[in-house]
Design a binder for this molecule. Structure first.
Ligand code: PLP
Length: 390
């Protein structure tokens, strides 16, 4: 009977459809986008929506200032430049993250140091940072990967002792919180992305967030061809570029701030229900670091038991209708990046690198019902002997 066959062998798939991402614009977004289109004030230098979005988003993340730019990579670049980081400097970057973290450092002329992460929560730790530091280290780029805040208490301790800056890359962590405080103003400066896959998106977009007024002024100037806020149009006080967001992007993003908590709750319902249903199976949800208040669950990272065949599991789950991703390879495995970076040993990450799979946002947005279907697919696949590489 086909029903007993795994879908990969021609049986019936256990999962059918998942919500689409990004969701269609809601009525508030449509109204605001229509206003902008009708006004003809599409650029941030003409209209006021980029400013309004920056203020609202900063306030939601308990920070004083924000500067809107074209994407999250540029936000990282601007944050680095605003901190005065450039040629001759080193920036600590987790080896397990998106390539833009390293390439933004390269764009600023500095050298990324590809640093090991915890084998359990996959974030930088005080220990791995200390292994990577040198007299040239100017900053630590902390990544709140998958919506899970990095262990900021120990990271800030090392940074303060060493007198170096902390940049939070919160591209994947809109609305996340650590030790009762939102990410975004925990370090010196933080950055967000609003690219298509993100929890808040306008197709593209980025933001630099900080509590430091001087740093915010420098970031604004760098992203506005070196002008000073309120200064002359052709007055250029520093080297800068036009890196601005558009008013249309801001119009999509402003109403989204109000939906963020509800969407985070939905993704957490999925994660909690799935973790519960997985029980003792050899695939487990990666647990967040101690001190996490809100994991915004941009992605759900799962860890396979040692010896399991990740490729086969991923293919079998896809056949069951549960799309999974193998995720980042590790920056040290991306040759052009590795060649331009300082590499150190990364034994903790290397031990787990090929045992991680991701469930993405559309799946997580299906809430507890979706988790039930996903758990059925996972149970079905992991019990097959081929999942163990046999
Ligand atoms: C952790 C991280 N940092 C930086 C970026 C770069 O953002 P963007 O694609 O908006 O340039 C992304 C996402 O794309 C990311 O996931």
């Amino acid at each position: 009977m086909t029903i007993d066959l795994l879908a990969i062998d021609g049986g019936t798939a256990l999962c059918s459809s998942w919500p689409s991402w990004p969701p269609p614009l809601d009525a508030d977004q449509r109204a605001l986008v229509d206003d902008v289109l009708g006004s003809g004030l599409w650029g941030a230098a003409q209209g006021g929506l980029c400013e309004r979005f920056s203020e609202d988003f900063a306030a939601r993340h308990a920070a004083a200032h924000a500067v809107a730019v074209g994407n999250g990579t540029l936000a990282l670049f601007v944050a680095l430049r605003a901190l005065g980081i450039g040629p001759g400097d080193e920036v600590i970057v987790p080896v397990y993250t998106f390539v833009a973290c390293a390439t933004a450092v390269l764009l600023a002329g500095a050298t990324p140091v590809l640093t090991d992460v915890s084998a359990s929560h996959l974030h930088l730790t005080a220990e791995t940072i200390q292994e990577a530091m040198s007299p040239r280290t100017r900053a630590i780029m902390v990544v709140h990967l998958a919506g899970s805040p990095a262990p900021m208490a120990e990271i800030l301790d090392v940074a303060r002792t060493a007198g170096i800056a902390v940049i939070e890359d919160a591209a994947q962590a809109h609305g996340a919180a650590y030790d009762g405080r939102p990410v975004g103003a925990l370090g010196d400066v933080s950055t967000f992305s609003f690219q298509s896959s993100k929890a808040m998106t306008a197709g593209e977009g980025g933001l630099i967030v900080t509590d430091n007024a001087e740093l915010a002024a420098r970031a604004w100037s760098i992203a506005n061809v070196g002008r000073t806020r309120g200064g002359e149009w052709y007055g250029h006080q520093t080297i800068g570029w036009n890196l601005r967001m558009t008013e249309i992007q801001a119009a999509i993003l402003i109403p989204w701030i109000g939906r963020l908590d509800e969407e985070i709750a939905r993704r957490n319902e999925f994660a909690d229900a799935l973790a519960g249903e997985l029980g003792e199976t050899p695939i487990q949800v990666v647990a967040p670091p101690e001190g996490t208040t809100i994991d915004s669950r941009h992605l759900l990272m799962l860890r396979l038991a040692k010896g399991m065949s990740r490729d086969w599991v991923a293919r079998a789950l896809a056949a069951e209708g549960l799309p999974v991703d193998l995720g980042y390879p590790g920056l040290h495995r991306i040759e052009p990046v590795a060649m331009k970076s300082r590499r150190i040993r990364t034994p903790r990450f290397d031990a787990v690198a090929d045992r991680i799979i991701w469930l993405r946002q559309p799946v997580l947005m299906s809430g507890a019902d979706g988790a039930h279907a996903a758990a059925a697919a996972l149970h079905r696949v992991v019990t097959d002997r081929r999942a163990r590489g046999a």
